[in-house]
Design a protein around this ligand. Structure first.
Ligand code: PXL
Length: 264
């Protein structure tokens, strides 16, 4: 059994964050271990506003010690990292244990185009993304990492992918969205030599909570199983398409993707 260590936040509502990782790993057949960096709660009295409760850095470090000194892993994956200190710790961990890392550079929850903390974008750009084997920014995150205005075309996605590769990330996957194309789900892959563009029809649904996390988690799982990044991305794209097709409502505010869809 291949093992992945996820350093990410808990999405209390269950579709994104560490919950998305564990569900995707279970479906794909990889063993997941988690070090929790922060807890995101959603407030039903405030239109489902996301409230973020970071963990103490010492608590994060204790979990990482359990996993890396106590067990050992084939791959590390990062998601929401709430403070500069934890971002630096993630980068140091990759270095110290010589890990292959999939970095999902989470800056905000869906629909919120303000980074949780602007200094985190800088730390991701300067210390963590340069150590990534694969990084998977969405359009907003890619624009922040590449220091570009908000991306709205495939050409700009490619330019951002190139700039992020120049930071040091070996493989860059920029996840598309309706700001680029309302009909097609377009993702751009770049490895420093060639661009590969992946396109699917967009599934008309609002039940997409957790889509970005689940896609990145599936890429991590296939990579841990030995697939190269391009192949991992193709398989992950199939995985997330099915999960989106069978997304479902949680409440009046949100619906989640459904990783289980890949079994049926
Ligand atoms: O989708 C980004 C994301 C990542 N991680 C956690 C989250 C969210 C969005 O809700 O809660 C923990």
């Amino acid at each position: 059994m291949k093992k992945i260590f996820v350093l990410a936040g808990s999405d209390t509502s269950g579709g994104a964050g560490i919950q998305a990782d564990l569900k995707a790993y279970q479906e794909i057949g990889v063993y997941g271990m988690t070090a929790l960096t922060t807890i995101v709660a959603q407030n039903p009295e405030k239109d489902w506003a996301h409230e973020v409760y970071p963990m103490e850095t010492s608590t994060v470090k204790a979990q990482v010690k359990t996993i890396l000194d106590g067990v050992g892993v084939d791959l590390m994956k990062t998601g929401m990292l709430p403070t500069e200190e934890i971002i630096h710790f993630a980068a140091d961990t990759i270095e110290k244990y010589d890990l292959k890392a999939v970095v999902d550079p989470v800056l905000a929850c869906k629909g919120q185009d303000e980074p949780l903390h602007p200094e985190n974008a800088k730390a991701l750009r300067e210390v963590l993304v340069p150590k990534a084997y694969i990084t998977t920014p969405n359009l907003f995150e890619a624009s922040q990492l590449a220091e570009m205005p908000l991306i709205s075309s495939v050409e700009e996605m490619k330019e951002a992918a190139k700039r992020i590769h120049d930071l040091g990330a070996k493989h860059v996957i920029v996840k598309g969205g309706p700001d680029v194309d309302e009909q097609r789900a377009i993702d751009v892959y770049y490895d420093g030599e060639e661009f590969v563009t992946f396109e699917n029809d967009i599934v008309k649904t609002n039940y997409t909570h957790g889509a970005g996390c689940t896609f990145a988690s599936a890429i991590a799982a296939y990579t841990a199983q030995g697939k190269d990044p391009n192949e991992a991305m193709k398989l992950a794209k199939k995985f997330i398409s099915k999960a989106i097709q069978q997304g479902f409502e949680l409440n009046q505010y949100v619906g989640s993707v459904n990783a289980y869809a890949n079994r049926v």
